[in-house]
Design a protein around this ligand. Structure first.
Ligand SMILES: C[S@@+](CC[C@H](N)C(=O)[O-])C[C@H]1O[C@@H](n2cnc3c(N)ncnc32)[C@H](O)[C@@H]1O
Length: 196
């Protein structure tokens, strides 16, 4: 699949983070993968690690791939910014490269919505590209877009505004791959929802 090929050889940081997430959860824990796309690598890895996985995405085409590739998962057509009340509450939520290129108010709203899907004291793992706020457009697969600035300090501030307790923000240089010789850094936010 063209989408999965775009990231070929670049997923090790994400895989390592999801491995850590799994190791911190009891077998059978309920985990939501927001923006699950084709189900790989995250939903598939969580299922393989014994988690009870629900993936959501706004793309029916991606969900069709996910259902085929990850039969152990439950995949639901849902918009994080829409009505998510029927989705339930999870021990952890992973949101890998879904809240991308959003202005601050929208990003904070997204984080708040993610927090609302995690039980008190549960874990939120979020990955986003780091951008320094240049004027340059970014090319990805078949389109270009203007990235919003997002640095480690921005992510920490957004987490506070969303009422989350930040555990840490990691900065990872992504390995280059075919077609993306300078992929830049990713930011990984580890946060907890507040206990009552
Ligand atoms: C860049 S992809 C990342 C996919 C996957 N998490 C990964 O790590 O490869 C972002 C995905 O998020 C989905 N998405 C974007 N906005 C969304 C929203 N508001 N609610 C649910 N899914 C969304 C897109 O359809 C897309 O499949």
């Amino acid at each position: 699949m063209k989408y999965e090929e775009a990231f070929a050889g670049q997923r090790q940081t994400q895989i390592d983070a999801v491995e850590e997430l799994s190791s911190r959860l009891a077998p059978g824990s309920h985990v939501l993968d927001v923006g699950c796309a084709s189900g790989r690598p995250t939903s598939e890895q969580l299922c393989a690690n014994g988690m009870n996985v629900t993936g959501i995405d706004v793309s029916q085409v991606m969900l069709d791939h996910a259902r085929r590739q990850v039969p152990a998962g439950r995949f639901v057509l849902a918009d994080l910014f829409g009505d998510t009340t029927g989705l339930g509450v999870y021990d952890a939520v992973a949101c890998m490269y879904c809240l991308v290129n959003l202005p601050e108010d929208r990003f904070v709203d997204g984080l708040r919505r993610l927090a609302g899907l995690v039980r008190p004291g549960g874990i939120l793992l979020l990955a986003v590209p780091e951008f320094r706020g240049t004027e340059e457009e970014v090319r990805f697969v078949d389109w270009t877009y203007q990235p919003q600035r997002c640095l480690s300090e921005d992510l920490r501030r957004y987490a506070v505004l969303a009422g989350l307790e930040t555990e840490r923000v990691e900065v990872h240089a992504e390995p280059a791959s075919r077609g993306r010789p300078n992929p830049g850094n990713s930011l990984y936010l580890w946060a907890n929802t507040r206990t009552a």
